[in-house]
Design a protein. Structure first.
Lengths: 501, 342
């Protein structure tokens, strides 16, 4: 018998129905994949199971008994833990304080038992293979560590069900495989997991059964044994999506940007590279390889110790992202919630924030032009949104990401750096975004993509730079390399610096 | 029956009064349109509803309240605090707070009178006023953005320093204008409407346009909501903050000119006392979030009017001045309780 079952769940937001009579069955010790396009209703359904949202109708059964969950606390008491899609860590607290936020361990006198909390934090992190100082401040950590904190928080509670809403968007392949080992152990001890991800490879590797949502309706459910990625994709988006690489006749143009000897102690050292017109270059590596920090420094968001930057042959000094923008460099940052999305602004205001000059007339913003841009990107990137003036927080995670990308497409910089651009984006939309990036390159833009996913990099980029501990350890041509070579360079076991001429 | 359509992700405390969850979809289709509109008004502008309620209540409680002279009187009385509140709205939207407005107002008043008496020129007095107020704001802004001092602390320092400069230059007392015509600024009328009211309305319109139709306004909201993302969106956050505090200082200058001109004198010790609290109260009643990023100029406008009506009613009804603070405090808390929160 199903351990948890949700029956005929309906949910509307402002008279718009997003879940229609949805059923979900979860067995004991099962890893259940919840799949669907961006905006299909996955997070909404899980928010209902997690007690964050209330269904309009329908019932949830735990062990066969109907339950009512009006707060997240109710859900937790029933043994359900929830790892949310967006990170919810408190930057100004330490790692262990984040872990035990709201459920602190106290000693008999009622004071906090800091040692016990630190020890437990160390234990759970080491189970995930992460070495992190429990008393480090979270604001100093990278995104993947923050994601591990979210995961560990759920593991600390003795839960019988763990909901994981896209837990791996900021993790590298190494870290993901460690997470999977842990999930397998949990499963063997009888814990059930609901796993949401847009990476079908992961789904195939770890999940037992699946449920596909499409526009708020159940589109299919069953055992994953009988399915292959194509049939699932088809169920999700209603068509098959090509997995081929993008190839194009590419004649390298003039040099657009040259980076010389960029260094910052402890983060990156001696970085040199050149980007040409119409080139798509990729940077990859493991967590802590310093690529995000390197490009943040290049973009003027972070200080560097030394190094020069030339754009179109001229040396430019970049001490603020605004300088970079004026030099023609744009950066789509990773971790949208923290770095890109302005929660209190509407969708359209987020979209136009970095390019308000395009919408000004006599110093005043013309709302009509803004709405036009919204309509354009909504169609081009297939953004699921109705009202341009609705808060961006009402969009699903993947659709927020599309808005972030659209914001930088509108800026129209000469060099566009995409850091983990497809975070939380479904397979169909991913293909569309790749297509968009390729056509940008064809128009003569220079593109840099940072990603921890070697396949993504191989699909898109002609030139591939692999980083390890803050250094470029390999410069590869796509046609002369393969995934395992990239992995070998990323783990530092191989160096091939001279391969690009 | 629910009184308002309650979107379940944005409950106010009043939703406690409503029926429990699991209500089926509304079937009465024609009604939804109207309900939607009401819920929108409630969510966005609960302060306007509060204003209407208080206004009607006041009219019922005291017939003299609706008298046109009384109405103009209210507007006249709130014009100074109103102008200060506009600047406070910008500051609070950007995620900061400005405690120095009252003291800066006194300092600006003293300086402008000194300039007036020294030069005999009204123009010189106005220029001096605007320069001193904007400069104080500019210093606040630089301390906060470049010096990375919390706005509470930086403006607390300015509050103390500006009051002290005012006291020192005026020798602890009042200074009076000795030039004819200066007092005309606040004591003239256009038709039946006093100048200060016109200035207040004009400033409200100006700040409204600035915050809603310009790049700068957009940036202020962005900075208040997510400063890191604002920087990564290529916004010069430090410049935005300096501009915000400078403009708040400029608006204080305008308020100071009206205050000084009204009695043709300013007291270095008592003028502007506790204006920061009234201004913050008006902004909060108007629905602006303490931590920035969310709020509206129109909200502040009605917040100011609510405070004005309260004062007026208490005077009309002869409430003891010692009790007025209690009533005001109560209303502020109730107004905020009523607001939509997330
Ligand atoms: N608070 C809200 N107010 C209004 N609409 C909302 C709200 N939250 C979600 N929605 C809408 O509900 C739909 C489903 O969103 P949901 O977040 O469940 O999608 P998802 O399947 O998790 O997508 P993704 O893969 O992008 O995370 C979307 O169309 C979204 O715009
Ligand atoms: Mg989601």
């Amino acid at each position: 018998m199903a351990f948890i079952s949700m029956e005929t769940i309906d949910k509307s937001f402002h008279q718009v129905k997003v879940l229609h009579q949805v059923n979900l069955d979860l067995g004991e010790g099962e890893i259940h994949a919840l799949l669907g396009e961006n905006g299909a209703g996955k997070s909404t359904l899980m928010n209902i199971l997690g007690g964050v949202l209330q269904p309009d109708s329908g019932t949830i059964y735990v062990n066969g008994a109907p339950v009512s969950m009006t707060t997240p606390g109710d859900s937790q008491k029933l043994g359900i833990s929830f790892i949310h899609q967006e990170l919810n860590v408190v930057s100004d607290l330490r790692v262990y304080e984040n872990m035990f936020l709201g459920s602190e361990i106290r000693n008999k006198a009622g004071f906090l038992n800091v040692e016990a909390m630190k020890q437990k934090t160390r234990d759970v992190l080491s189970r995930l293979g992460v070495s992190l100082d429990p008393s480090a401040y979270v604001r100093d950590l990278g995104t993947s560590h923050k994601q591990f904190i979210e995961i560990s928080k759920a593991l600390l509670r003795d839960s019988s069900v763990i909901i994981m809403d896209e837990p791996t968007t900021a993790l590298s392949e190494h870290e993901i495989s460690r997470l999977f080992e842990l999930m397998t152990t949990l499963k063997e001890s009888g814990v059930s997991i609901i796993y949401i991800s847009h990476k079908l490879k992961e789904i195939k590797a770890i999940c037992d059964r699946y449920t596909v949502l499409r526009d708020g309706f159940i589109a299919g459910t069953g055992s994953l044994e009988e399915e292959d990625p194509e049939s699932i994709t088809k169920m999700m988006v209603g068509r098959s999506v090509s997995q081929e690489r993008f190839t194009r006749e590419h004649v390298p143009g003039d040099e657009v940007m040259r980076v010389e000897d960029f260094s910052k102690t402890g983060l990156f050292q001696g970085i040199d590279f050149t980007i040409r017109e119409g080139e798509i270059a990729g940077f990859t590596g493991l967590a802590g390889d310093g690529r995000t920090e390197l490009f943040e420094a290049l973009f003027g968001f972070r200080k560097k110790d030394s190094g020069s930057l030339y754009v179109h042959g001229k040396k430019v000094v970049v001490n603020h992202p605004n300088h970079a923008l004026r030099a023609g460099i744009g950066l789509v940052p990773r971790d949208r919630k923290e770095n890109a999305v302005i929660q209190d602004l509407s969708i359209v205001h987020n979209l136009t924030l970095s390019s308000l000059g395009h919408f000004e007339k006599n110093g005043f913003i013309t709302k009509k032009q803004e709405r036009k841009a919204f309509q354009r990107y909504k169609n081009e990137l297939n953004i699921k949104a109705r009202d341009p003036y609705a808060s961006i927080a009402t969009l699903s995670g993947g659709n927020q990401q599309k808005v972030v990308i659209a914001k930088w497409l509108e800026v129209n910089a000469d060099v566009i750096i995409f850091d983990n651009p497809t975070q939380g984006i479904d397979v169909g939309a991913k293909r569309e975004i790749y297509q968009h990036i390729v056509s940008l390159a064809e128009q003569g833009k220079s593109i840099i993509i940072l990603s921890s996913e070697a396949p993504e990099i191989l699909k898109m980029c002609e030139h591939i730079y692999v980083m390890y501990k803050g250094e470029i350890t390999a410069r590869l041509n796509r046609d002369e390399t393969a995934e395992d070579e990239i992995m070998a360079c990323a783990t530092g076991s191989k160096r091939m610096v001279e391969s690009i001429g | 029956m629910k009184l308002w359509p309650v979107p379940q992700d944005q409950k106010g405390w009043w939703s406690l009064l409503a029926e429990p969850q699991f209500e089926p979809q509304q079937s009465a289709e024609p009604k939804t349109e109207k309900r939607n509109w009401l819920s929108w008004l409630w969510a966005e502008y609960s302060v306007i509803i509060a204003f209407v309620i208080i206004f009607v209540l006041a009219a019922v409680l005291n017939p003299r309240f609706l008298d046109i002279n009384n109405q103009l009187n209210i507007l006249m009385q709130v014009s100074i605090i109103g102008i200060v509140s506009l600047g406070m709205t910008m500051v609070m939207l950007s995620g900061g707070i400005d405690l120095s407005v009252g003291s800066v107002l006194a300092m600006v008043g003293v300086m402008s009178v000194l300039a007036l008496n020294a030069t005999g020129s009204i123009m010189a007095a106005l220029i001096a006023a605007c320069a001193v107020g904007s400069a104080a704001g500019f210093i606040n802004g630089v301390l906060i953005s470049k010096g990375k001092i919390a706005s509470f602390i930086a403006t607390l320092g300015m509050m103390s320093a500006a009051r002290s400069i005012a006291l020192y230059t005026a020798d602890g007392g009042s200074v009076s204008g000795e030039v004819n015509g200066f007092s005309a600024i606040a004591n003239s009328e256009l038709g039946v409407v006093d100048y200060p009211i016109i200035i207040f309305l004009a400033m409200t319109a100006l700040v409204y346009v600035l915050m809603n139709y310009t790049r700068f306004g957009r940036y202020v909201y962005a900075v208040g909501s997510n400063e890191k993302a604002a920087v990564l969106s290529t916004i010069r956050v430090d410049r935005v903050k300096i501009a915000v505090y400078s403009m708040a200082g400029f608006l204080v200058s305008i308020a100071a000119i009206i205050e000084t001109s009204r009695l043709n004198s300013i007291s270095s010790s008592s003028s502007g006392q506790l204006y920061e609290l009234d201004a913050i109260a008006a902004v909060i009643i108007g629905g602006t979030r303490m931590t920035g990023g969310r709020g509206k100029v129109i909200g502040t406008f009605f917040g100011v009017l609510i405070l004005g009506i309260l004062n007026n009613m208490m005077n009309l009804m002869n409430v003891s001045p010692h009790l007025q603070g209690f009533v005001k405090g109560l209303i502020i808390i109730v107004a905020v309780l009523f607001q939509k929160r997330d």
